[in-house]
Design a protein around this ligand. Structure first.
Ligand code: T1G
Length: 708
């Protein structure tokens, strides 16, 4: 159900319809509340109070939803009155009953407008929530005070700390809305409710007087529990604990003082680098979906998909496709391998059932769409085929030769290779224009990142198809050019090397991991190596050995461990020792002895490093390689690098990504660091020409995001 947009350009328009002043917010695409909307709402409520014929007010949103929230593009810019808190207070003070009729999104400030209204009705499909915490904020227009009073401390805290959306039925159960419409006709449902309230002479019912906090003991307990939980989980985030404080203020302070308390903390959050980072991440993951190809070409239809290879990646990709409702045909070389592939898929689903993330019925329905075959002819009708076979050029080219032989004209042929030259794969068949890279990250059904790798001869609509597939799979697609490692793995190799240099120079892997975790990564580099398996990086280093610059510093510590078979968790020890299959390892004195021996071999006199030095080197290496990747056109913009690292490599979202982080600490400071480190190793620390140029021009990475 969408409401027609008004012909005029007013962001808010109102008209009297049978005694009801209908106020329509019309600010495409999601009715975000900007200055014009705030002004328009105040004018509409003033008009209602001034017009005796207006016996009630109905607020609705034009288009696909109610209101998506405050316009987050306004943050960081000078505030234009009236403020949203003032708007909400004005709505609540209206002398006529105000009804909010909700369809689609009523989020953040949008739900706060509804909470300030006196009555609320939602239709099926509505999504209500207070997701400000995901932007480093808190509901700053009375939402912490009104939600707690309306639905109680526990439910309000759960909503605000999770940022989750609730549907119409749950909103009714919680008490967020009074009614769920019988139809999805939000306008007429709202109008009927308004007329009913007029007929019963219902008075304005002000949320600030609601009694959701009446049970003081329960409220105090809920607040204490939320505070304890948040202190454990919030991992350095600013706004969650402030949300708890605001709900406590709602319990202990008069409403107006509670509003002031909330406003102070909202402004602290709004000015924080965390809000800037999280808002940047929000927009970046949407901007990456836009490329020249998605702008200029139309994606091909994707209904039936083939996956070649039933190993870990092939099975994960198959699950991702099945979860998107697609039909999947898995190809393996023989029945036994096919059975193993199917078992891999079942194992993924069984693990999700065990965690109660899905029901057995979901698994059953998905598997009904999974077919298998040991002959390629089964792919004759596939619209898209993704190969995920062994990382060897000859093996992949043999697969593509078969696909070239059996697939229908126009089928999109994708490789999941992590680093092989996709131009070379494309050139090996008769239809290079249909070949692209779809680089998934393991586990492919969980990780959000999908690198859409664009070979030289690919057709634009094939690239657009890759992005469209990402949308179906609810992944964040990033356009990448062809190079060794594309965007993410190429950067990983460099900042891993920087960590190895630190380790050989005197920092233990355990100190490095701890410093990187304190920066906000969930795991440090050596924990990640042990988790994924040290043999993967070892194979990559051996592959690159022939072309490695002989003058480049090479740290052998990782090879020493792998030569002992110490690959990490899967072998019981790597950089850490894992007692009887434990997931978290312990430092290993034998590893430290190997490191000391390697330092001696390399003629290194170890020195101590402060944690902040470790982070500066680790980040400078990451940022510098990210700049090279943008400079070479492998990534379209710095924001594409940010989205890649946030969604594929655990980069802390509240810091926005490495390039946004570089801007936040000052690109000139990053360049100073790189130049200082270059005195020790000029080859490794060659400053990216992009950084040198931007600093010389007094620009930053953000300027490149805007100019794209
Ligand atoms: N402000 C500005 N632009 C927004 C926006 C917002 N709040 N929400 C979405 N957009 C843009 C988005 O960038 C994209 O732009 C287009 O709308 C479609 O979005 C005081 C301070 C509503 C569920 O956190 O969760 O209120 O790419 O691709 O998948 O307490 O957008 O087309 O140029 O995501 O259908 C709180 C954020 C704000 C909700 C729709 N609100 N938005 O999803 O479309 S802070 C939120 C969403 C606040 C108050 C505080 C989703 C959506 P473009 P989309 P979608």
């Amino acid at each position: 159900m969408t409401l027609p947009s008004a012909p005029d350009t007013a962001a808010v328009h109102h008209e009297l319809r049978g005694g009801v002043l209908v106020v329509t917010i019309d600010h495409a695409p999601v009715n975000a509340i900007n200055a014009a909307v705030r002004r328009g709402l105040i004018d509409a409520i003033d008009a209602a109070d001034a017009n005796p014929s207006a016996r009630a007010v109905l607020i609705v949103g034009a288009g696909r939803g109610f209101i998506a929230g405050a316009d987050i593009r306004e943050f960081g810019k000078p505030a234009i009155p009236p403020s949203l808190p003032d708007v909400c207070n004005r709505i609540e003070a209206c002398g006529k009953p105000v009804i909010a009729a909700i369809h689609g999104a009523a989020l953040g400030g949008g739900l706060e407008v509804a909470l300030a209204s006196h009555y609320r009705i939602a239709v099926e499909g509505a999504k209500l929530g207070l997701p400000e915490v995901q932007l480093g904020l808190l509901p700053g227009a009375g939402g912490t005070q009104r939600s707690a009073r309306l639905i109680g401390a526990q439910a309000a805290l759960s909503l605000m700390l999770s940022g989750r959306h609730v549907g119409a039925r749950e909103a009714l159960r919680l008490g967020l809305v009074d009614r769920v419409g019988q139809s999805d006709d939000v306008f007429n449902e709202g109008l009927a409710y308004a007329h009913e309230l007029i007929a019963t002479q219902a008075a304005p019912r002000r949320t600030k007087n609601a009694r959701g906090l009446a049970d003081e003991a329960a409220s105090v307990a809920a607040i204490a529990a939320a505070r304890a939980e948040t202190q454990k989980k919030s991992r350095g985030l600013l706004s969650p604990l402030k949300i708890v404080d605001c709900v406590e203020a709602a319990l202990n302070l008069p409403f107006d003082e509670g509003l002031r308390f909330e406003r102070e903390r909202f402004l602290e959050c709004r000015e924080s680098p965390q809000r800037a980072g999280l808002v940047h991440a929000f927009f970046a993951e949407r901007e990456t979906q836009k490329s020249p190809e998605t702008r200029d070409a139309k994606a091909r239809e994707i209904r039936a998909v083939g996956v070649v290879g039933g190993g870990t990646m092939g099975a994960g990709i198959a699950v991702a496709l099945l979860d998107a409702g697609l039909a999947v045909t898995m190809i393996e070389r023989d029945d036994a391998s096919l059975e193993r592939g199917r078992a891999h898929v079942e194992k993924v689903y069984d693990a999700l059932i065990a965690k109660e993330r899905i029901t057995p019925e979901t698994k059953t329905r998905a598997l009904q769409r999974l077919n298998g075959a040991t002959h390629y002819d089964a792919l004759a009708d596939a619209d898209l085929v993704i190969e995920a076979v062994f990382e060897d050029m000859a093996v992949k080219q043999a697969v593509f030769a078969e696909l070239d032989r059996v697939c229908k004209p126009g089928a999109v042929l994708a490789t999941n290779t992590s680093y092989l030259d996709i131009d070379e794969i494309a050139a090996s068949i008769s239809r290079p224009q249909d070949v692209l890279g779809l680089h998934f990250f393991s586990p492919a059904n969980i990780m959000k990142l999908l690198e859409v790798v664009v070979p030289k001869r690919v057709a634009a609509d094939v690239v657009a198809t890759g992005f469209e597939l990402a949308k179906k799979l609810r992944k964040v697609a990033v356009r990448a050019g062809v190079c060794d490692g594309f965007i993410g793995n190429r950067m990983l190799a460099v900042y891993r090397a920087a960590a190895d240099h630190l380790m050989e120079d005197g920092a233990s892997p355990y100190q490095i991991d701890a410093a990187v975790r304190d920066f906000g990564f969930p795991m440090g580099p050596y924990q990640v190596i042990d988790l994924a398996g040290g043999d993967i990086g070892w194979a990559a280093r051996k592959r690159r050995a022939a072309t490695r610059d002989p003058n480049a510093r090479y740290v052998r510590i990782g090879d020493e461990l792998c030569e002992r078979g110490w690959f990490g968790q899967k072998s019981g020890r790597g950089y850490y020792r894992y007692e009887s299959g434990a997931r978290s390892g312990k430092p290993d004195a034998e590893v430290e002895a190997i490191i000391d021996a390697e330092r001696a071999c390399a003629g290194v006199t170890p020195r101590t490093f402060r944690d902040d030095e470790i982070v500066r080197r680790y980040m400078a290496a990451m940022i510098n390689e990210g700049a090279n990747i943008v400079h070479e056109g492998i990534a379209q913009r710095p924001l594409d690098v940010d989205a890649t690292l946030v969604h594929g490599f655990g980069f802390p979202r509240h810091r926005g990504g490495p390039m946004h982080y570089a801007d936040s600490i000052g690109l000139a400071n990053v360049l100073d660091d790189i130049r200082a480190f270059a005195k020790e190793d000029p080859l490794f620390w060659r400053a990216s020409p992009l950084i040198v140029d931007l600093v010389a021009r007094g620009e930053n990475f953000a300027s490149l995001n805007r100019s794209s």
